[in-house]
Design a protein around this ligand. Structure first.
Ligand SMILES: [Zn+2]
Length: 321
């Protein structure tokens, strides 16, 4: 089961999404060897990335990055508009040193350095135009105290509060084999739901949230989205109508390639690459997302820098004198 279901409520200005990911999540995990509490955080963020991507109004890529001074140094989840995704984590400590019950705050907000960066990169972005990026600290300042966020859902909620105009609620759950998530978004009162009286609209949003709050981790992790939708919104469905769209498939997919690794080698520079060759006889690297190995021997490396010269020569001459 790897699918995402979008639904709309007729009696409330609400758009919702339910996601369930099984084998696509297992495909991420089988390439990695992260300790349990890290897997849990990664799983929740993968669920969040698919839910947020499905609510984008353009074609492109959504990237969630969580960064801190440790033990999770960097966590990256990328999801494209077609709901293909990949994910990776970089630890700054030995995986064996991470306690089985370590919290998100301990892993991602050491010394209150944690931050969440969400990047929206439209497919048709003009060269030179920067992608949209929002950043939020992974702590809440309450009075004189600083409290680290306790879950990925809370981190996303904090981000939404800081950057979105639309009210959004999100529930996430993940384990060794499955990820489940629910997202509710309040649509503007004007627009598609212009027929709703403002008070009816406000009551509707509050009613749908109350129904959403009854979702359990068990349901999110074991039931298909269509069953969750029926269970949660049975009454709403009978009285006002809840419409769902055909489920969308989610898959694991990595976009790494030999030519992208060659680009990295060019960035390192010929001198650096030659010194690695001299030392190890081979330049070897592994994709952080899918663990695919890439090997470049002396002849391959020569090729890499030869192509660089060629592309230099084909660059248009700079204008002016
Ligand atoms: Zn890869």
């Amino acid at each position: 089961m790897n699918e995402l279901l979008v639904f709309m409520c007729d009696g409330a200005p609400v758009r919702g999404e339910i996601v369930s990911i099984g084998t696509a999540w297992q495909a991420v995990l089988e390439r990695r060897n992260d300790p349990a509490p890290v897997r849990k955080i990664l799983g929740d963020f993968v669920g969040a990335a698919t839910l947020l991507t499905a609510s984008l109004k353009f074609d492109g890529t959504l990237i969630i990055q969580a960064q801190s001074s440790g033990p999770i140094q960097l966590l990256v989840v990328e999801c494209r508009s077609d709901l293909s995704m990949r994910a990776t984590v970089k630890l700054s400590v030995d995986p064996d040193d991470i306690a089985p019950e370590a919290s998100l705050g301990e892993l991602l907000d050491a010394n209150h350095t944690g931050r969440l960066v969400i990047t929206l990169d439209p497919a048709d972005r003009e060269p030179g135009q920067a992608p949209y990026q929002g950043i939020v600290a992974l702590q809440e300042h309450r009075g004189t105290g600083i409290k680290p966020v306790s879950s990925a859902a809370e981190a996303i909620a904090l981000y939404m509060k800081n950057s979105e105009q639309l009210d959004t609620r999100i529930w996430l759950s993940s384990n060794e084999t499955h990820i489940g998530g629910l997202l509710l978004q309040r649509l503007p009162d004007s627009g598609g739901h212009a027929h709703l009286d403002p008070q009816v609209a406000a009551e509707g949003w509050s009613r749908i949230q109350t129904l959403g709050e009854t979702i359990t981790d068990e349901e999110l992790l074991t039931l298909p989205p269509s069953t969750i939708l029926r269970r949660l919104f049975l009454e709403e469905s009978a009285e006002n109508g809840v419409r769902s769209f055909p489920p969308r498939p989610i898959r694991f997919s990595c976009r790494c390639s030999r030519s992208k690794v060659a680009d990295i080698l060019r960035m390192l520079g010929e001198e650096e690459v030659q010194s690695i060759l001299a030392e190890q006889g081979l330049v070897e690297t592994t994709c952080d997302f899918c663990a695919k190995p890439y090997r470049f021997d002396a002849v391959d490396c020569q090729q890499v820098f030869k192509t660089d010269l060629l592309s230099d020569a084909t660059r248009p001459p700079s204008r002016g004198h």
